[in-house]
Design a protein around this ligand. Structure first.
Ligand SMILES: C[S@@+](CC[C@H](N)C(=O)[O-])C[C@H]1O[C@@H](n2cnc3c(N)ncnc32)[C@H](O)[C@@H]1O
Length: 271
C-alpha cells in the first residue's frame, strides 16, 4: 500500500501529536500513523493531509478525535496478575494500616490511561473483595480516548473480552446478558471516568495508589519524566505507583523508590 504521509507531513503530525499528548511516533511505527490518518481523512471526506492539518489546528474537537485515533487501547481484566497479587497482598494491607492511623478510611485510586475500563473495574472489584469493613473507596479512571471512555462508562463487555476474570468475580459483579457481560451498578458506582490528558496536571492530590500501566511506553523519555513527576504531586506520602511490567523508571531522575515485593515490582512515594 502506498504511504499517504510524505516525510515533511510525517514530521508535522508527529510533532503536533507529541506536543499535544506526549505520544511519540518513530519511523518504526510510521505506518500505523499513516493508516490511522488515512481513515480519518476518509471519514472527513478530505483530499489532502494539509487540509486535515489545517482542520486540527483550528478545531479543538477534531484535535481530540485525531489524538483518540492514534492511541492504542489494548487492555484486559486482571492484566498482569502479579500486579494484582502485589496489590492485594502488599499494597492494600499497608494502605489500610496507614489509613487506620490517620482515621481517614476512604481510599482513592487513579487508573491513568484506563482505556475501555477493564483496569479500573478490576481495581474496584478487588477492593470490594478485600477491604475491611468500615473502609470506602473511589477509583478515578481517565484517558484521552473518548471512544474508550464511553465503553468504560457503559461497562458492557462482549464474551470475548471477559477472559481472565475469575469465575467468582464474574458471578458476583457482572450480569450475563445477550452476547456479553454488564458490570453491576455496585461496582460501576465506585469508578468515575473522566477525560484527562497526562500532559497536564490532573489537579488530584493525596491519592493512595496510582496505576499507569502500558501508557508511558508510548511516550519519549522527557514526556515520561514529566508525567511521572506529575504523579508524584498527585500522590499522598507512602502511596504506591504501578507502571507496566515492561516499563521502568530506571535511570530516570525521580524521587520514587523502587519496591520489589514477593509478587511484583512497583514504586513508592516514600516520604
Ligand atoms: C495500552 S492502553 C493501557 C490500558 C491499561 N492501563 C492497561 O494497562 O491495560 C494505553 C492507554 O493510554 C492512553 N493514553 C495515551 N496517551 C495518553 C495521554 N497523554 N493522556 C492520557 N491517556 C493517554 C491511550 O488512549 C490508551 O487508552
Amino acid at each position: 500500500m502506498t504511504e499517504l504521509l510524505t516525510d515533511v507531513e510525517f514530521e508535522q503530525f508527529r510533532r503536533v501529536i507529541y506536543d499535544e499528548s506526549g505520544i511519540t511516533f518513530s519511523q518504526m511505527n510510521r505506518s500505523i500513523l499513516d493508516s490511522r490518518l488515512k481513515e480519518r481523512l476518509r471519514e472527513k471526506k478530505l483530499a489532502t493531509l494539509q487540509e486535515y492539518y489545517k482542520l486540527i489546528m483550528s478545531d479543538k474537537e477534531e484535535m481530540r478525535i485525531m489524538l483518540d485515533s492514534v492511541t492504542t487501547n489494548l487492555t484486559r481484566f486482571f492484566r498482569n496478575q502479579p500486579h494484582f497479587d502485589a496489590f492485594i497482598n502488599y499494597v492494600i494491607p499497608h494502605v489500610v494500616e496507614l489509613k487506620r492511623k490517620t482515621g481517614r478510611l476512604n481510599i482513592r485510586i487513579w487508573s491513568a490511561g484506563c482505556s475501555t475500563g477493564e483496569e479500573p473495574y478490576t481495581i474496584a472489584m478487588v477492593l470490594k473483595e478485600t477491604l475491611p469493613v468500615g473502609f470506602t473507596y473511589e477509583v478515578l479512571a481517565s484517558d484521552i480516548s473518548l471512544k474508550s471512555l464511553m465503553v468504560g462508562k457503559q461497562g458492557f463487555y462482549p464474551d470475548s473480552r471477559i477472559a481472565g476474570v475469575p469465575q467468582n468475580y464474574l458471578t458476583k459483579y457482572f450480569d450475563h446478558t445477550e452476547g456479553g457481560y454488564q458490570i453491576k451498578d455496585e461496582i460501576k458506582r465506585c469508578v468515575r471516568f473522566d477525560y484527562h490528558n497526562l500532559k497536564y496536571d490532573s489537579g488530584q492530590r493525596n491519592l493512595d495508589v496510582v496505576f499507569c500501566r502500558n501508557v508511558l511506553i508510548y511516550f519519549d523519555e522527557a514526556a515520561q519524566k514529566a508525567a511521572v513527576n506529575r504523579f508524584w504531586d498527585a500522590m499522598a506520602p507512602k502511596s504506591y505507583l504501578f507502571i507496566g511490567h515492561s516499563e521502568s523508571l530506571f535511570g530516570m531522575d525521580t524521587k520514587f523508590q523502587f519496591l520489589k515485593t514477593d509478587w511484583a515490582c512497583l514504586y513508592q512515594k516514600n516520604l
